[in-house]
Design a protein around this ligand. Sequence first.
Ligand SMILES: Nc1ncnc2c1ncn2[C@@H]1O[C@H](COP(=O)(O)OP(=O)(O)OP(=O)(O)O)[C@@H](O)[C@H]1O
Length: 268
Amino acid sequence: MFEVKDLSCRRSGKDILLNASATFNKGDITAIIGPNGAGKTTLLKCLAGFLKPSQGEVMLNGKPLSSISLKDRARKISFVPQATSPAFPLTVFEMVMHGRRPYVNWGIGKKDRRIVTNLLKKLHIEELSGCFLDEISGGQKQKAAIARALAQQTEVILLDEPTSALDIRYEYEVLQIGRDLAKKEGRTVIMVLHDLELAARFSDRIVLVNNGRIFFKGRPDEVMTQEHLRKVYEVNTVVEQGTAGMKITVTSPVKRGGEINETVIDNS
Ligand SMILES: Nc1ncnc2c1ncn2[C@@H]1O[C@H](COP(=O)(O)OP(=O)(O)OP(=O)(O)O)[C@@H](O)[C@H]1O
């Protein structure tokens, strides 16, 4: 079980995440949604152990993350950032092989090469294997970053807007890969998404973040209500449940300085 308890994060003297508590179950996909600047990436980086909370703990299987060595952490939690820009030139193959580092003691073995080759095929980037990262497109780089995280073979996979640069086919494929990892392999998949309809369709649970706090969490149908979307995104919407999933149509922005109730609902 992966959870955060009463987590806060302070940066540059400012509280950017406050009192966040949430549980992420094995075999579930959780989407973290919320407006720009709400604190989604901050929460994800705290979950990855990249940002040190100013209060609270991230717990993995009953152990505080801070008590787990960096090498062990890298075998348990992988993270796909919003953008990838390595400090030195790397080919796609080398970048994905980086995901095997937590397992490599005496050099890269046959098994590592096989895992990387299979992932390049799975994400349809095997023909780019020898290309340097600055020779490929943003979407192709995004797929390579996802492949690197999958090469880590972790029980928790964190993805920050993993489909932002992908066309609709790969967007679907990547989300389906995430779903398979959760449902077929029992992994814990947590991803920041901006597309609310995709979040509703592919996730089991949704955490809605606003102003550095968890505003609401629950099943997609519990979270995606006209009231929540109006309070958090300041838009009026029509939310419909169809056979192909949830359809969310924005009908108008809510007037600024109007009736928005800023109350935090956090339904822990
Ligand atoms: N290094 C930092 N120092 C100070 N404030 C920061 C820092 N990084 C982010 N912030 C602030 O923290 C808040 C939350 O940022 P975060 O990146 O977590 O938001 P987000 O919800 O992921 O946004 P987006 O959807 O735009 O990517 C923002 O107001 C941002 O300006």
